[in-house]
Design a protein around this ligand. Structure first.
Ligand code: ADP
Length: 219
């Protein structure tokens, strides 16, 4: 199978973390930064790392960037460079361009330029951590729409040995357990007789209100 080729522009904290993880996942990554030190630090971790100005179309062309599957613009502080790099990468015709935004306005501009996905790492991580602090048993969650969420809840000691039927989230709260992650493996679509134990992780789906109610009353 052909490896997916990514170009990551800006090897700061966010760019270096995303590019190292993409390599770990088996992809090819070209990292670009105008700062030689950053490139040196990453040169052993990535498929290629190059010192270049990512706002210079000719340089990106000569690096063959237009043939890559996906580009990540990981420049944050320098909004002008982030916007220029995004325009150049879109103009080169890369199928998917993802860019990080520092503020809502920065994100709006990137979206108007046709960036396929705008991410707000600081804002989103802040929201995520606030949810986790607010509900200590909430390990993680994904919002699948404005109202619906999939949440991972850790099973507290006092619920140890209970069956799904006893907890009965569907009848009492309207949310469903779609999986139980146990040390011994994952049970997908558990049945009424499946048992939860301490430190198991229940994956549940429902509206935000249903999950919140189940969590505050049961978990
Ligand atoms: P983080 O918060 O993720 O560390 P920064 O905005 O501090 O993000 O870092 C962005 C990186 O992007 C820096 O290493 C910087 O040298 C690099 N960078 C900024 N402008 C350009 C540009 N025009 N071309 C290439 N790299 C750039």
């Amino acid at each position: 199978m052909k490896k997916t080729q990514y170009v990551v522009v800006g090897l700061g904290r966010f760019g270096s973390s995303i590019s190292k993880e993409l390599v770990k996942l088996g992809n090819e990554v070209l990292g670009i930064d105008k700062d030689e030190e950053k490139v040196d630090e990453m040169s052993h971790e990535l498929t290629h790392a190059v010192v270049a100005d990512a706002t210079d179309e000719d340089v990106l062309k000569s690096l063959g960037v237009r043939n890559f599957d996906c580009a990540v613009v990981a420049i944050g502080d320098d909004i002008q460079s982030s916007i220029l790099a995004a325009i150049v990468l879109k103009d080169l015709g890369i199928k998917k361009v993802v860019a990080k935004a520092l503020t809502e306005l920065h994100g709006k501009v990137l979206q108007k330029l046709g960036v396929d996905r705008v991410i707000y790492p600081e804002r989103d991580m802040g929201i995520r951590v606030a949810h986790q602090l607010n509900s200590p048993n909430l390990l993680d969650y994904i919002e699948i729409s404005k109202d619906y969420t999939i949440a991972e809840l850790s099973v507290p000691k006092r619920l140890c040995g209970r069956t799904i039927k006893q907890l009965d989230p569907r009848a009492k709260y309207g949310c469903s357990v779609v999986a139980i992650n146990k040390q011994s493996g994952v049970i997908i679509a558990p049945t009424a007789t499946d048992i939860v134990n301490e430190n198991d992780v229940m994956v549940i789906i429902g509206t935000n209100d249903q999950i919140e109610e189940f969590e505050s009353e049961v978990i």
